[in-house]
Design a protein around this ligand. Structure first.
Ligand code: PGA
Length: 246
Protein backbone atom coordinates (compact mmCIF):
# COMPACT_ATOMS: atom_id res chain seq x y z
CA UNK A 1 0.00 0.00 0.00
CA UNK A 2 1.20 3.50 -0.73
CA UNK A 3 -0.01 6.78 0.72
CA UNK A 4 0.24 10.32 -0.67
CA UNK A 5 -0.80 13.29 1.42
CA UNK A 6 -1.86 16.60 -0.16
CA UNK A 7 -2.63 20.00 1.31
CA UNK A 8 -6.17 20.16 -0.08
CA UNK A 9 -9.02 17.90 -1.25
CA UNK A 10 -8.71 19.47 -4.70
CA UNK A 11 -5.11 18.29 -4.97
CA UNK A 12 -5.97 14.76 -3.85
CA UNK A 13 -8.69 14.69 -6.52
CA UNK A 14 -6.39 16.09 -9.13
CA UNK A 15 -3.83 13.40 -8.37
CA UNK A 16 -6.49 10.73 -8.91
CA UNK A 17 -7.50 12.37 -12.19
CA UNK A 18 -3.90 12.40 -13.40
CA UNK A 19 -3.56 8.68 -12.72
CA UNK A 20 -6.83 7.93 -14.54
CA UNK A 21 -5.72 10.14 -17.42
CA UNK A 22 -2.33 8.42 -17.61
CA UNK A 23 -4.13 5.07 -17.67
CA UNK A 24 -6.30 6.21 -20.59
CA UNK A 25 -3.31 7.65 -22.45
CA UNK A 26 -1.45 4.34 -22.12
CA UNK A 27 -4.51 2.16 -22.73
CA UNK A 28 -7.41 4.00 -24.36
CA UNK A 29 -9.69 0.95 -23.98
CA UNK A 30 -9.25 0.82 -20.20
CA UNK A 31 -11.99 -0.26 -17.82
CA UNK A 32 -12.45 2.32 -15.06
CA UNK A 33 -14.21 1.74 -11.74
CA UNK A 34 -16.10 4.88 -10.71
CA UNK A 35 -17.29 6.05 -7.31
CA UNK A 36 -19.87 8.59 -6.18
CA UNK A 37 -20.20 10.77 -3.08
CA UNK A 38 -18.70 14.16 -2.44
CA UNK A 39 -15.09 12.91 -2.30
CA UNK A 40 -14.46 12.13 -6.00
CA UNK A 41 -16.05 15.36 -7.29
CA UNK A 42 -12.69 17.23 -7.52
CA UNK A 43 -11.25 14.24 -9.39
CA UNK A 44 -14.07 14.33 -11.93
CA UNK A 45 -13.74 18.10 -12.30
CA UNK A 46 -10.03 17.68 -12.99
CA UNK A 47 -10.72 14.87 -15.47
CA UNK A 48 -13.19 17.10 -17.31
CA UNK A 49 -10.52 19.80 -17.53
CA UNK A 50 -8.02 17.30 -18.91
CA UNK A 51 -10.63 16.18 -21.44
CA UNK A 52 -11.40 19.76 -22.48
CA UNK A 53 -7.67 20.38 -22.87
CA UNK A 54 -7.54 17.48 -25.32
CA UNK A 55 -5.28 15.37 -23.14
CA UNK A 56 -7.59 12.48 -22.42
CA UNK A 57 -10.04 10.59 -24.58
CA UNK A 58 -12.81 8.35 -23.23
CA UNK A 59 -14.13 7.16 -26.59
CA UNK A 60 -12.79 3.62 -26.22
CA UNK A 61 -13.07 3.40 -22.43
CA UNK A 62 -15.60 1.48 -20.35
CA UNK A 63 -16.73 2.36 -16.84
CA UNK A 64 -18.47 0.53 -14.04
CA UNK A 65 -19.80 2.37 -11.01
CA UNK A 66 -19.55 0.87 -7.58
CA UNK A 67 -23.11 1.16 -6.39
CA UNK A 68 -26.61 2.57 -6.64
CA UNK A 69 -29.51 3.09 -4.28
CA UNK A 70 -32.41 0.69 -4.57
CA UNK A 71 -35.85 2.07 -5.28
CA UNK A 72 -35.28 5.62 -6.47
CA UNK A 73 -35.67 6.49 -10.17
CA UNK A 74 -32.52 6.97 -12.24
CA UNK A 75 -33.58 10.60 -12.76
CA UNK A 76 -33.88 11.27 -9.00
CA UNK A 77 -31.52 14.12 -8.00
CA UNK A 78 -29.74 11.79 -5.54
CA UNK A 79 -29.42 8.71 -7.76
CA UNK A 80 -25.90 7.70 -8.67
CA UNK A 81 -26.95 7.42 -12.32
CA UNK A 82 -27.79 11.13 -12.20
CA UNK A 83 -24.67 12.00 -10.19
CA UNK A 84 -22.41 10.42 -12.77
CA UNK A 85 -24.23 12.14 -15.64
CA UNK A 86 -23.88 15.50 -13.97
CA UNK A 87 -20.33 15.14 -12.66
CA UNK A 88 -18.64 13.32 -15.53
CA UNK A 89 -20.51 11.44 -18.22
CA UNK A 90 -22.26 14.41 -19.84
CA UNK A 91 -18.96 16.33 -20.04
CA UNK A 92 -16.75 13.73 -21.74
CA UNK A 93 -16.92 11.41 -24.76
CA UNK A 94 -17.51 8.16 -22.89
CA UNK A 95 -20.04 6.17 -24.95
CA UNK A 96 -23.37 5.94 -23.05
CA UNK A 97 -23.51 2.17 -23.61
CA UNK A 98 -20.04 1.82 -22.06
CA UNK A 99 -20.97 3.68 -18.85
CA UNK A 100 -22.39 1.13 -16.41
CA UNK A 101 -24.13 1.83 -13.11
CA UNK A 102 -25.88 -0.95 -11.14
CA UNK A 103 -29.65 -1.11 -11.71
CA UNK A 104 -31.34 -0.30 -8.41
CA UNK A 105 -34.75 -0.78 -9.96
CA UNK A 106 -34.29 -4.26 -11.46
CA UNK A 107 -37.24 -6.61 -10.94
CA UNK A 108 -34.78 -9.29 -9.84
CA UNK A 109 -32.01 -7.47 -7.97
CA UNK A 110 -29.96 -10.60 -7.23
CA UNK A 111 -29.95 -11.50 -10.91
CA UNK A 112 -28.99 -7.90 -11.77
CA UNK A 113 -26.10 -8.11 -9.29
CA UNK A 114 -24.81 -11.35 -10.80
CA UNK A 115 -25.15 -9.90 -14.30
CA UNK A 116 -23.16 -6.82 -13.23
CA UNK A 117 -20.21 -8.90 -12.05
CA UNK A 118 -20.42 -10.91 -15.26
CA UNK A 119 -20.38 -7.71 -17.35
CA UNK A 120 -17.20 -6.60 -15.56
CA UNK A 121 -15.60 -9.98 -16.23
CA UNK A 122 -16.66 -9.85 -19.87
CA UNK A 123 -15.10 -6.38 -20.21
CA UNK A 124 -11.78 -7.80 -19.01
CA UNK A 125 -11.92 -6.65 -15.38
CA UNK A 126 -11.39 -3.21 -13.88
CA UNK A 127 -8.02 -1.59 -14.55
CA UNK A 128 -8.27 1.30 -12.07
CA UNK A 129 -10.88 1.45 -9.31
CA UNK A 130 -11.63 4.78 -7.63
CA UNK A 131 -12.92 4.49 -4.06
CA UNK A 132 -14.11 6.82 -1.36
CA UNK A 133 -14.41 5.62 2.22
CA UNK A 134 -17.29 5.95 4.63
CA UNK A 135 -16.79 7.20 8.17
CA UNK A 136 -17.63 3.64 9.19
CA UNK A 137 -14.94 2.32 6.84
CA UNK A 138 -17.28 1.16 4.12
CA UNK A 139 -16.09 0.96 0.51
CA UNK A 140 -18.84 0.98 -2.06
CA UNK A 141 -21.80 0.16 0.17
CA UNK A 142 -20.02 -2.75 1.84
CA UNK A 143 -21.04 -1.96 5.38
CA UNK A 144 -19.37 -3.14 8.62
CA UNK A 145 -20.35 -6.74 9.29
CA UNK A 146 -19.22 -10.26 10.05
CA UNK A 147 -17.88 -11.07 6.63
CA UNK A 148 -16.48 -9.72 3.40
CA UNK A 149 -19.09 -10.36 0.70
CA UNK A 150 -17.40 -11.35 -2.52
CA UNK A 151 -19.72 -10.44 -5.38
CA UNK A 152 -22.09 -7.65 -6.31
CA UNK A 153 -25.03 -7.82 -3.92
CA UNK A 154 -27.97 -6.10 -2.26
CA UNK A 155 -27.05 -4.36 0.99
CA UNK A 156 -28.97 -2.87 3.91
CA UNK A 157 -27.53 0.54 4.69
CA UNK A 158 -26.45 1.05 8.28
CA UNK A 159 -27.86 3.90 10.40
CA UNK A 160 -24.48 5.67 10.22
CA UNK A 161 -24.50 5.63 6.41
CA UNK A 162 -28.12 6.81 6.30
CA UNK A 163 -27.15 9.59 8.70
CA UNK A 164 -24.08 10.51 6.61
CA UNK A 165 -26.00 10.54 3.33
CA UNK A 166 -29.11 12.39 4.49
CA UNK A 167 -27.36 15.66 3.62
CA UNK A 168 -28.05 14.92 -0.04
CA UNK A 169 -31.78 14.30 0.52
CA UNK A 170 -34.61 16.55 1.77
CA UNK A 171 -34.93 14.44 4.92
CA UNK A 172 -33.52 11.30 6.51
CA UNK A 173 -36.78 9.48 5.81
CA UNK A 174 -36.12 9.86 2.08
CA UNK A 175 -32.72 8.11 2.17
CA UNK A 176 -33.16 4.65 0.64
CA UNK A 177 -32.52 1.82 3.11
CA UNK A 178 -31.02 -0.52 0.55
CA UNK A 179 -28.47 -0.34 -2.23
CA UNK A 180 -26.83 -2.61 -4.76
CA UNK A 181 -23.05 -2.63 -4.46
CA UNK A 182 -19.99 -4.25 -5.90
CA UNK A 183 -18.68 -6.75 -3.39
CA UNK A 184 -15.25 -6.77 -1.82
CA UNK A 185 -14.04 -9.50 -4.18
CA UNK A 186 -15.18 -7.50 -7.19
CA UNK A 187 -13.32 -4.44 -5.86
CA UNK A 188 -10.19 -6.40 -4.93
CA UNK A 189 -10.08 -7.88 -8.44
CA UNK A 190 -9.29 -4.43 -9.83
CA UNK A 191 -5.69 -4.24 -11.03
CA UNK A 192 -5.10 -0.90 -9.32
CA UNK A 193 -7.09 0.78 -6.55
CA UNK A 194 -7.08 4.51 -5.74
CA UNK A 195 -8.80 5.39 -2.48
CA UNK A 196 -9.44 9.10 -2.02
CA UNK A 197 -10.23 10.39 1.48
CA UNK A 198 -10.53 14.02 2.45
CA UNK A 199 -11.55 15.79 5.62
CA UNK A 200 -10.93 15.15 9.28
CA UNK A 201 -14.17 13.20 9.60
CA UNK A 202 -12.48 10.42 7.60
CA UNK A 203 -9.28 10.40 9.67
CA UNK A 204 -10.30 7.59 12.04
CA UNK A 205 -11.53 5.32 9.24
CA UNK A 206 -8.31 5.98 7.31
CA UNK A 207 -6.19 5.23 10.36
CA UNK A 208 -8.09 2.01 11.08
CA UNK A 209 -7.83 0.95 7.43
CA UNK A 210 -4.08 1.65 7.33
CA UNK A 211 -3.01 0.57 10.82
CA UNK A 212 -5.75 -1.57 12.36
CA UNK A 213 -6.46 -5.25 11.90
CA UNK A 214 -7.93 -6.57 8.68
CA UNK A 215 -11.54 -7.11 9.64
CA UNK A 216 -14.96 -6.97 8.00
CA UNK A 217 -15.95 -4.58 10.78
CA UNK A 218 -13.81 -2.07 8.86
CA UNK A 219 -14.29 -3.17 5.27
CA UNK A 220 -11.59 -0.87 3.84
CA UNK A 221 -8.97 -2.71 5.92
CA UNK A 222 -8.95 -5.50 3.31
CA UNK A 223 -7.34 -3.07 0.87
CA UNK A 224 -4.02 -3.56 2.65
CA UNK A 225 -3.86 -7.03 1.15
CA UNK A 226 -4.16 -5.68 -2.42
CA UNK A 227 -0.90 -5.52 -4.33
CA UNK A 228 -1.46 -2.12 -5.97
CA UNK A 229 -3.42 0.23 -3.74
CA UNK A 230 -2.75 3.94 -3.33
CA UNK A 231 -4.39 6.16 -0.71
CA UNK A 232 -4.70 9.79 -1.83
CA UNK A 233 -5.38 11.85 1.29
CA UNK A 234 -5.63 15.46 2.27
CA UNK A 235 -4.10 16.63 5.54
CA UNK A 236 -7.38 16.27 7.40
CA UNK A 237 -7.93 12.64 6.42
CA UNK A 238 -4.27 11.90 7.20
CA UNK A 239 -4.30 13.67 10.55
CA UNK A 240 -4.34 10.49 12.67
CA UNK A 241 -1.52 8.78 10.78
CA UNK A 242 1.97 9.03 12.21
CA UNK A 243 4.80 10.61 10.24
CA UNK A 244 5.67 7.46 8.38
CA UNK A 245 2.10 7.39 7.13
CA UNK A 246 1.28 3.98 8.54
P1 PGA B 1 -18.47 10.86 0.66
O1 PGA B 1 -18.86 9.34 0.72
O2 PGA B 1 -17.48 10.99 -0.42
O3 PGA B 1 -19.76 11.58 0.32
O4 PGA B 1 -17.93 11.22 1.99
C1 PGA B 1 -17.84 8.39 0.63
C2 PGA B 1 -18.40 7.02 0.93
O5 PGA B 1 -19.39 6.94 1.67
O6 PGA B 1 -17.85 6.04 0.44
Amino acid sequence: MQIRIYDTPAQAGEAAALILAAQLIRRPDSVLGMATGSTPIPAYQALCRLYEAGLVDFSRATSFNLDEYIGIPEAHPCSYHRFMQEQLFSHVNLRPEAAHVPDGNAADLDAAARAYDEAIRAAGGIDVQILGIGRNGHIGFNEPGDEFVYGCHVVQLTPSTIEANKRFFDSEAEVPRQAISLGIGSIMNARQILLIATGEDKAQAVRDAVCGEVTPQLQASILRTHRDVLFLLDRGAASLLDRKGA
